[in-house]
Design a protein around this ligand. Structure first.
Ligand code: BGC
Length: 693
């Protein structure tokens, strides 16, 4: 359906009728609308609709209602209605899922897409059409305050999880991937300059953004920081050259909020399409003036507006009151999904003597202690803050699961003497400790920001050390947004569980894991180091930082370090045996694919999910390359004693390095090593090889 759009008939247009338009029709319709717009109207598409006065309302309850941009009522153009994420929809009282880092630990792209679907429904039911919560910044160092908002340290994992989320969300509304690029220091985010070589940029910090672009993401948000001397929002190389030209991105680029750009003219030239959320540096009046003065061409404005209109048309949808209904907000269906995610995200780090799952018959009394044991701890209080209708704490979850059968006692753990007293005759002591919004998160004036320490607080550590002196059945449950250093107390306790910020149903999931209702399956999406010496340089006050090739498991491999818990690691109540690694060809040509298969057996007594991982190494490469890098993974469900054949496909194009001289991606004609197994730890992996000729 393409009608002839004029200024006279546009107000009668029903955007819902655009629902089924495809490729060329979308383009044609967008061009027609563009052609009837005045310069002033076009300029209005390129800024948030709020005046600076709205800032006050936003400070009271940020993003309680959608934030609008480019709404032009006289032309009946709806504009974008923004809501933030990523742990759910920040508007009103939506479902709070576990944070992205937790979801990274599920390695479950099907689940992530279903979460995206739920997020899209909750957003649209509340009047939003644009979700700003596909955060895929790479976790270079665990002290980064916003670690919780992303999926981990590996570009492949980030690209897969981010793409899954956007596919789910984009069944309903537009999604935006952020923060483009190299945004991984919080305290100095408005100023810091990241010095980075083109190869590192393309191979380490950008592939996940490219994957989201290939998967049709409607929008990208530029980051606050500078890259190679230029603010991301002024960075023509990042925005115009790489994103819009090299990757052929068809969507539109929005700035990060308020301080995303310093100079509107530079931003437009570099490739910014919308300044969020206020009319400020790219105030429509200024844009009109710049065009009239010849400082920018109207073509540049047309290009931006066409991009925005195309996406608005692509996502125009008929209303569906049954689907987009306020009853869906934190509905049972969605909170069940949050529970599934929390259950799958919990990582069992240590389980000496198979203390877990608890054998209820042998327990009369459980002590649940620690400052987080009865706290609603769902993540930071920055722009991704949610206000869910309820949160199940670990104490509530454990109590509910046990009913009256076992006595549960609780103490916050502030006084060591008191806590010792109440735990004295307990059969099991569950200690829930870790981080909160006060120590890590988006940088708010009095809280959040980058973490000061990677270890637990001294109080938390002393609590563990003291209680473990008299009880050899202590279960430590950790909460936080990324890696925690456990050296001071790790050997003193038999069980350690990483629960992240587990969302609305977190306490239920923690109880399910401890009691064995659920077999743990989460695996670390980032290395847990023994000390900060095993990590790249990080300084939260620095204004200049060099990002080089190595961090996380690749740095561990390069330097021969042994972490406390490796990337990809996580225990189950079963053991899984990997066998018979085979490949369908021992030699392939550039551009061809290869199939890697192996058998996996569940040697335990319980049904379980195992996350299998595929890494690739390069022999005799002409450039410096990591010992191995993640190139595939999948979750496999196995009954007790069941064996399954698992097949993973590898595309040789994904094995290229970026040649900075020729500006080409190069697949090398060398021997490639295949590693398959349950984690990145060398001793866990089966090995084979193939040649690219
Ligand atoms: C954050 C973004 C967020 C934006 C709007 C900024 O402070 O950096 O991640 O999307 O606010 O809420």
């Amino acid at each position: 359906m393409i009608i002839n759009i004029t200024r006279n008939n546009i107000s009668n247009l029903n955007w819902e009728d655009f629902e089924n338009l495809k490729g060329d029709e979308i383009e044609e319709t967008a061009k027609q609308i563009l052609s009837i717009m005045s310069l002033k109207e076009k300029a209005r598409k390129m800024a948030g609709d709020q005046s600076m006065l709205h800032a006050i309302g936003m400070l009271i309850h940020y993003n309680k209602n959608p934030i609008s941009a480019g709404r032009i009522e006289q032309l009946n153009i709806p504009g974008i209605q923004f809501t933030d994420g990523p742990r759910g929809i920040v508007l009103n009282n939506s479902t709070c899922f576990p944070v992205s880092m937790a979801r990274g630990a599920t390695w479950d792209i099907d689940l992530e897409e279903r979460i995206g679907n739920a997020i899209g429904i909750e957003a649209k039911a509340q009047g939003a059409n644009f979700f700003g919560g596909i955060c895929i910044n790479l976790l270079r160092h665990p002290a980064w305050g916003r670690a919780q908002e992303t999926y981990g340290e590996d570009p492949h994992l980030l690209g897969e999880m981010g793409s899954a989320l956007l596919k789910g969300v984009q069944r309903h509304i537009m999604a935006c991937a952020k923060h483009y690029a190299c945004n991984s220091v919080e305290n100095t985010r408005f100023k810091i300059n990241v010095d980075i070589d083109e190869r590192v940029l393309r191979e380490v910090y950008l592939p996940h953004f490219k994957k989201c672009v290939n998967n049709g993401v409607a929008s990208i948000m530029s980051a606050y920081n500078r890259v190679n001397g230029k603010y991301c929002g002024h960075n023509e190389h990042l925005l115009r050259q790489i994103l819009k030209e090299d990757w052929n991105f068809q969507g539109f680029l929005v700035t990060d909020f308020v301080f995303g750009i310093r100079n509107g003219l530079k931003a437009i030239k570099a490739g910014v399409d919308i300044e969020m959320p206020f009319k400020w540096k790219m105030h429509p009046k200024k844009i009109v003036k710049w065009v009239n003065q010849g400082k920018i061409s109207e073509e540049l404005i047309n290009e931006s507006v066409l991009r925005i209109l195309k996406q608005e048309i692509r996502f125009a949808k008929k209303d569906n009151p049954e689907l987009y209904n306020l009853d869906k907000i934190a509905s049972e269906e969605h909170t069940e999904l949050a529970l599934e995610a929390a259950r799958k995200s919990i990582v069992l780090l240590k389980n000496v003597g198979n203390l877990l799952p608890l054998k209820k018959e042998s327990i009369k009394k459980i002590a649940v202690v620690g400052k987080l044991a009865d706290m609603e701890n769902i993540g930071d209080k920055g722009s991704s803050r949610l206000y869910p209708p309820y949160v199940i704490t670990p104490l509530q979850g454990i109590k509910k699961a046990l009913g009256d059968s076992i006595e549960v006692v609780y103490n916050e753990g502030k006084s060591l003497t008191k806590t010792k007293e109440i735990t004295k005759d307990a059969d099991i002591v569950v200690i829930v400790v870790g981080f909160t919004w006060k120590q890590e998160g988006e940088n708010m004036t009095f809280a959040g920001g980058d973490r000061d320490t990677l270890s637990l607080s001294e109080d938390d550590e002393n609590l563990i050390l003291t209680l473990s002196e008299s009880c050899d059945r202590c279960i430590v449950v950790l909460e936080g947004g990324s890696a925690i250093i456990t050296e001071r107390w790790r050997q003193n306790v038999p069980v350690i569980i990483m629960a992240w910020y587990p969302g609305i149903e977190g306490g239920t999931a923690i109880a399910d894991i401890i009691l064995g209702n659920i077999n743990p399956s989460g695996k670390l999406p980032t290395v847990f180091p023994k000390s900060s010496e095993q990590l790249p340089f990080f300084d939260s006050s620095t204004l200049e930082i060099k990002y080089d090739y190595y961090h996380g498991y690749k740095l561990m491999d390069k330097r021969g370090f042994e972490p406390a818990f490796p990337f990809g690691y996580g225990l189950s109540y079963n053991t899984y045996e990997y066998k018979n690694l085979r490949i369908n060809k021992s030699e392939i040509k550039k551009g061809e694919k290869i199939e890697i298969s192996f058998d996996i057996t569940n040697k335990g007594d319980l049904n379980g999910d195992e996350i299998v991982q595929l890494y690739i190494g390069y022999e005799n490469s002409s450039v410096d390359r990591p010992k191995k890098e993640l190139k595939g993974f999948t979750r496999v469900n196995l009954e007790s004693q069941e064996t399954k054949k698992v097949s993973l496909n590898l595309d040789s194009n994904d094995l290229a390095y970026y040649n900075t001289e020729t500006k080409q991606w190069v697949v090398e004609q060398i021997k490639h090593i295949i590693y398959v197994g349950p984690s990145s730890r060398a001793s866990d992996l089966l090995e084979a090889s193939f040649q690219i000729s």
